[in-house]
Structure formats: structure tokens, C-alpha cells
Design a protein around this ligand. Sequence first.
Ligand code: C2E
Ligand code: CA
Ligand code: CA
Length: 417
Amino acid sequence: MQSSTKRQFKKGEILIREGERGDCAYVIETGNVEILVQREGQPIQIGLRGPGSLIGEMAMIDDKPRTATVRAVDDCDVLEITREDFSRRVEAADPVLKMVMRVITTRYRDMIGRTETIRFVPSPATEASENAEAFHDIALSTIKIHNELKVALQRGELMLFYQPIIDLMNMKIAGFEALMRWKHPVKGMISPGIFIPVAEESGLILDLSRFALEVACDAALKLQAAASPKITGPDPVFVGVNFSVKDFAEGNLFTHMRETLAKKGVAAPQIHLEITETLLMEAPEAAKAELEKCREIGLNVSIDDFGSGYSSLSYLHYFPIDTLKIDQSFIRSMTTHPASLVLVKSIIGLARNLGMKVIAEGIETVKEATILSGMGCDYVQGYWFAKPMPFDDAIKFVQNWQPPKLETDNNQVNSNT
Ligand code: C2E
Ligand code: CA
Ligand code: CA
């Protein structure tokens, strides 16, 4: 990493000029500087700074004009920190340190905002400082959850629940999706919607994903052992595991996948790798390279929440994809909004033409299941079949599986609309 630059200023030289844009800050090593502001056209000294002082940091962070002039009172040695250098250092910092930095800089800005509120503009600045307060709370609770989550993983408070995925063509159990839960000793069951975003932000997601993969491999073997062709069909039962883009970009996911499958003795097709399209777009090159390797060894790549992002369809050619999981928002509105029905039908047709399978998520009623069956959707998953459940219940679910009946008199079952 490029280090900061040492510079010298002679007595009387200007380090910072009021009104100019600031793209660097200085740490004074030797000598003194005076801080001057213009009052009625005259420079007035408002302070002196000596060795060890940091000056010009807020204009550097915010890319704003300098609010004062700084002039060398003696010959000075300073260390120059550019915005680029600063940003690079923050990016490379430990995730928790990064969060702390964000809290501190927002607080600092907030403090300056408050002073300006009193002096100049009341409402917009007040609003900005209220936003900043809300941001502090979020950032601090993020740090708290991050620390607790780390301990939770070590203490075995994290676990996977399993939700069945049903093959609509034969009404057999095709597989399960593994969904993480945090059994907090005080707060009870915490949903992944709360802790996964924190884990993603803090980098802990890499550990969580590895944990999920290991547990899901064990589950895949046991679920397969409990299965029979009458219940699950000829193919082995698969388990879908959710991954984050960080697993691809930083986590060396492929190597870990291959090693874990070999260690556990699980066949690659038994693991479905789920990743959302929005996350894929964050690091397309890294994701493509890792996904291709995963697919080469027989892992199934599923695009989660398909249709919910704003991505262009052209990425379907770019990434190696086996399965599209239609976002539950489409399923939810399918029975009330004809446009959603058309969209779902189009996605199923598109997938078929591209040689991909489709899983529809969030099926809550027999009507939805029946419509999807009529459209030729391959697989379905949702509360109508079963909610995500602990592993032991998933085994019982396989052992006791009775295919539910679809509606027979629904006009849309075999319609081509
Ligand atoms: P997802 O991958 O889209 O998972 C499906 C979510 O929909 C699950 O929520 C599931 O419980 C819920 N669901 C399933 N069927 C129905 C239904 O019929 N109706 C309704 N209303 N909801 C249904 P959950 O378990 O709360 O998980 C939320 C999200 O958290 C997941 O969305 C996934 O993005 C993330 N997540 C869960 N486990 C993991 C994990 O191990 N790793 C990662 N990276 N993310 C995970
Ligand atoms: Ca998923
Ligand atoms: Ca989903």
C-alpha cells in the first residue's frame, strides 16, 4: 500500500487556503502552524497547532471547500494524507474498524452540523443530524450483533432449518432449502433477515457460509438415507445452500466446496448453490469464474429471487446457471394481477428455452400450486407444503410424505394463457 508523503513548508508558506477544495489532510511533525479565517476582508488568527496535530481532515473526507487558511509559523515538516490514500486504507481495514470509522466520522460531521445549525440554517441541518443519529444507532447495533454473532457461531447457537422443494410433475420431494436460524439464549429465534446482512457487512459471512455448507452436506446424506424412490424419485435429494457474493470474491468458495464435498462424501449434484441476482451483479467477474468451476464438478447453480432485481436479462447468458428461483412477490400477486401471471409464465418459458429448471418460491395456497402446475413449473417451495423446519422434523417429513392434492376444477390448470 502506498505510504503517505512527507512534505516541508517554509515559514510563512500556506498549507491550506480558505475556499479551495481539499483533497488532503496534514499531520504536523515539526514546527507550528496558525489557523486564519477571513473577517471583513482581514485574516484573523483563530488558533495555533503544533507537532502531532491533524489539520484539514474534514474537507478531505467530505470533498468540501476549506473553511480556514493554515499558514506555517516556523519551518514545518508534515505528513500528507491524500483522500485516495485514506480511502484505500479504510477499505483495507478490519471490518469492525471500518464500521467504527464510519460511526466516528458521522458523529464528527454531526457535531459540525449542530454548530452550523445554531449559527446558520436551522431545518436542513437538523434533518441531516437526525439522519446521522439514526445512522449511529444502526452502525452501533451492527457492531453489537457482529460481536454476538461471532460468539454464537462458536457456541453452536446457529443452525439450519430445512424447507422442502416439491417436484410438481410427480409430487415427490426433490430436495430442501437450508435456511439459517440463530437461537439466541435471551432473544429467542432470530431471523436471517436480521443477522445475514450484518454478517455480509462485517465479513463474518465467510465463516457462516462454511458452517452452512458443512451442516448441509451432513443433512443431504441423512435425508437421502431416509428417502425412497416412491417418495423422492430416482434422483438424490438435494439441499440448497445460500451464499453471498463475498464467498466468491474473497472466500475461495470453489476450493472449499470441492474439499468439503470430498471430506463429507457427498455427490456434487446433491448441493444446490443459491445466490441472488442482485448479489451476482456486485462482483460479476469473480462470481462467474468461481461459479464455472463449481458447475464443472457437478454442483447446481440457482439464481435466487429471480426477477426482483433490476438486472438485464443478458446476464442469463453470461453466468453458468442451472435453475431460476422465481421471487415470491410474483407468486403472491399472480392470482390478483394478470401481469404477474404473464410474467411467471414467461419466466418458465424463458427458462425452458435456455435449458434451465424453475423453482417457484412462496407457494401459500393450493390455487397457486395448481396454476404453477398448469404452467409446467418444475418445482415449488412454500408454506402450503411446509414451513422451514428443524432437521429432525425434515427427516420425519420425508418418512411421512403424502402428496397433497391440487385443484382439479381450476380453469387455469391447463390453460395456455
Ligand atoms: P431466501 O433465500 O429467498 O429464502 C426464502 C425465504 O422465504 C425464507 O425466509 C423462507 O422461510 C421464506 N418462505 C418460504 N416459503 C414461504 C411462503 O410460502 N411464504 C412466505 N411469506 N415466506 C416463505 P427466511 O428463512 O427468513 O430467510 C430469509 C433470507 O435470509 C433468505 O431468503 C436468504 O436470502 C437469507 N438466508 C437464510 N439463510 C441463509 C444462509 O445460510 N446464508 C445466506 N447467505 N443467506 C441466508
Ligand atoms: Ca434462497
Ligand atoms: Ca428467494
